[in-house]
Ligand binder design. Structure first.
Ligand code: PCA
Length: 214
């Protein structure tokens, strides 16, 4: 059994739901054979989200951590490549904080790469019939904050644990009155199961081009 911790976020930016939390909960309910998956909801709050993540990791002792967030407007499941050491809020977090250009870990590395096999994960989601790509930015809001904090924790305290971040599109019910791409929560949950299973199985990532020119 491989223990996998999945995290999603509470709703933010005026939304009634956050598909990241709905999808990680659904994914954990139908864990693939060989995986023991736990889903935890994080607050959309700088600092507090990382405290909750740290607690969840201590409680569940995962071998793999996949943090998930909503990226409204993106058309596909995006497996993030890199977390950067900066908080730069365009909107306030759920506690009203709006940091500008503050280091997440003062003196920490500028960036960390995902330690998940991101290209193999993208390939697995596509093979399951769902759209996916590699993303080279997780933004500078709470999702990047959690991704960087996770990567720093794993690098400095838990070197045997692998982890990364996945952004997901809006759910259809969030976009009924706006022309925005969406993906059903059931589809996102299926993609997350593929990603978790791939991360558990694959140690050396595929060497295929998934880069971007901009
Ligand atoms: N998405 C936000 C924070 C919470 C979430 O689900 C982000 O991309 O930073």
């Amino acid at each position: 059994m491989t223990r996998v911790l999945l995290t999603g976020f509470e709703p933010f930016d005026g939304e009634a739901t956050n598909p990241s939390w709905q999808a990680v909960r659904a994914a954990a309910d139908g864990a693939p054979a060989g995986l023991e998956m736990t889903a935890v909801e994080l607050p959309c709050v700088y600092g507090a989200a990382l405290t909750a993540l740290r607690t969840a990791i201590a409680d569940t002792r995962p071998e793999i951590v996949v943090c998930v967030g909503q990226a409204g407007g993106r058309p596909d499941i995006t497996v993030e490549r890199v977390a950067i050491n900066i908080d730069d809020a365009r909107i306030p977090d759920a506690a009203g904080a709006e940091p500008v250009d503050e280091a997440i870990v003062p003196g920490g590395p500028a960036a960390y790469f995902s330690t998940l096999p991101i290209k193999a994960c993208v390939a697995a989601v596509r093979a399951a019939g769902l759209p996916a790509s590699v993303s080279n930015t997780a933004g500078t809001f709470v999702c990047n904050h959690v991704f960087y904090g996770l990567a720093h924790l794993l690098a400095t305290e838990l070197p045997g644990v692998r982890g990364g971040f996945v952004h997901v599109p809006y759910a259809p019910e969030q976009v009924v009155d706006r022309a925005q791409p969406s993906l059903s929560v059931a589809s996102v949950a299926r993609a997350l199961r593929e990603i978790a299973a791939t991360a558990a199985r694959v140690r050396t990532d595929l060497r295929v081009a998934e880069g971007a020119t901009h």
